[in-house]
Write a protein that binds this ligand. Structure first.
Ligand code: CA
Length: 220
């Protein structure tokens, strides 16, 4: 899952980016409102973490113009403003949730997971497909009742596919979900991860749709 973080405070930005990367998210970070709009126009994100007080363009204005253009990306506001009216305004203008600074990284991660779940139309925090179970909060994966050890990238790839069973994701789309701007993508990494996931979860678990991409079939 790939997130865009918009935060002009370098300490908070660095801390949030690092924390969320450790949780297995790909995170791109920009520090002003205009750069946020450019990033959203150029890349596909699963969620936006948006500070309100920003140089260039205020977070409220960034959000308002996103929603006006019909962009439905989940938005979590990060704000130091303790005025209730700012939070109400943010929510009424189209934010999905907010956190008041200073916040705990664990709580931020949990709220991000909750929003991503809602975006995918799931209420259950655990994803079950056939005999494979994965838990995005703990990164645990089970095949039947047996725990399966995955690397962080393997988990991220599995999560991206399992989040939308039946949907085909191209290699480029998977790379976008796994890697932020500053991370080098090697040419055959997705194939390598798919190979490894098949070895661990069963050859048929990830289907190759020739010329299009990969999918995890819906459970029958
Ligand atoms: Ca700020």
């Amino acid at each position: 899952m790939r997130l865009l973080l918009v935060e002009d405070d370098p300490m908070i930005g660095e801390g949030v980016r690092k924390g969320l990367r450790q949780e297995g998210f790909a995170v791109d970070w920009v520090q002003d409102g205009r750069a946020a709009e450019r990033a959203i126009d150029n890349d596909v994100y699963d969620l936006l973490l948006l500070d309100l007080g920003l140089p260039g363009k205020d977070g409220i204005d960034v959000l308002a113009s996103l929603r006006r253009r019909g962009n439905a990306i989940p938005v979590l506001i990060l704000t130091a403003r303790d005025a209730v009216s700012d939070r109400v305004k943010g929510l009424d203008i189209g934010a999905d949730d907010y956190l008041v600074k200073p916040f705990d990284l664990e709580e931020l991660s949990a709220r991000v997971r909750a929003l991503l779940r809602r975006k995918s139309g799931r209420a259950d925090p655990v994803i079950q497909i056939g005999n494979v179970t994965l838990n995005p909060a703990t990164h645990e994966v089970f095949l039947d009742a047996n725990p399966v050890a995955l690397s962080a990238r393997e988990f991220a790839l599995l999560h991206a596919l399992a989040d939308r069973p039946g949907a085909v994701l191209s290699r480029a789309q998977l790379e976008e979900k796994l890697y932020g701007w500053s991370e080098e993508v090697e040419s055959n990494t997705i194939e390598v991860y798919v190979h490894s996931l098949r070895r661990k979860l069963g050859q048929d678990f990830i289907r190759n749709v020739r010329g299009v991409g990969y999918m995890v079939p819906k459970s029958s």
